[in-house]
Write a new protein. Structure first.
Length: 89
């Protein structure tokens, strides 16, 4: 089981806590300026993944169904049998 990250949002500062491996006890980790929170979470996630040997994909993977749906939609838009008003949808 992985650790859980606790976030206490504030207008200026955000508190970060993390649980133990069994997700029973949480302890304060740090405080981050709220406008820098996204960067902190990205950096912490990468660091944690390296420590635990977890591979995190750089870009989200499209699902097979999404690719098939995009292919069908592209075919419909490019089809000569459809009139121009439908193709613009």
């Amino acid at each position: 089981m992985g650790k859980a990250l606790g976030i206490d949002f504030g207008a200026k500062r955000t508190g970060i806590a993390i649980t133990d491996a069994m997700q029973i006890i949480a302890g304060g980790l740090t405080t981050v300026l709220t406008h820098l929170l996204d960067d902190f979470i990205d950096d912490y996630t990468k660091w944690y993944a390296e420590e635990e040997g977890i591979k995190i994909p750089e870009e989200p993977q499209e699902q097979k169904e999404e690719k098939e749906l995009l292919t069908r939609n592209e075919w419909i838009r490019n089809s000569n049998s459809l009139d121009d008003s439908i193709r613009r949808l």
